[in-house]
Design a protein around this ligand. Sequence first.
Ligand SMILES: [Zn+2]
Length: 301
Amino acid sequence: MFARRSITAAAALALVAGCTTTMPAAPPPDPAPAQRAFAASCTDFDEWDKPAPPFRLHGDTYYVGTCGIAALLITDARGHTLIDSGTDRGAEVVLANIRALGFDPRDVTTILMSHEHFDHVGGLARVQAATGATIAATAPAAAVLRTGITAEDDPQAQSGHDAFPPVTGPIRLIDPAGAQGRFTPIATPGHTRGALSWRWQSCEAGVCRWIVYADSMNPISDDHYRFSDHPGLVAVFRAGIAALAASPCDILITPHPGGSALRRRLLGEAPLVNPDGCPAYAASVTSRLDARLAEEAARAR
Ligand SMILES: [Zn+2]
């Protein structure tokens, strides 16, 4: 059973009667009140483990993360997909939010992820235990999930990131060049080696939107790492930025919701649906990367 637990009385009657006439599909509830509730409960760049009310973003895509860290649930009769878990503690909020929406965590069959840092995947072991889902990850990300420790070649390797509970359940290695069912990965390494962004389409009332979950793509590091010492990483970083800029994109969401002004957009202070969201985000990443490389060059002089 992948249906929402609560069904309307009319639908229940139809089921009991074995009704074969087509029931008019109930219009989806207006998402605006729940979206505003999130905006009222959270601040921009809020605490990572602070509980947030879940809300429907568009169609079958729901925000189930905390105030400070995103997690998205995309529902499907063949099994739901969850993207990111938040921290180990935050994962409890994510699971509670899935239940609060009327879904059963055990109906989540696939878990996708953005990048292999504890604030986004530290709760994957907990979520996998609660759902029984298979995690799909790139090889560099999977290696980190298995240890719970930031990779040695991570720009933030010496930043003292918290270790997180390692994943012991199934991980399916994925090729970023290939689609995962309805989900298209966009390889966006740079912030970490194994980072992915994701694109999929959700429809409601005949309106389909491309939703893009763009990775953090933040060119930051510990005190020792220099991006300019790793031209190969900078090259794939730039290729990922270009791919993101060129992606179909109606609704942009980022692992740190403040990174794409989610709260303000839910309040209507900026458009939630904005095809320029991805190009603008990509341009901002490019300028931060350029500034970072210029700063490294200046320091080396
Ligand atoms: Zn990170």
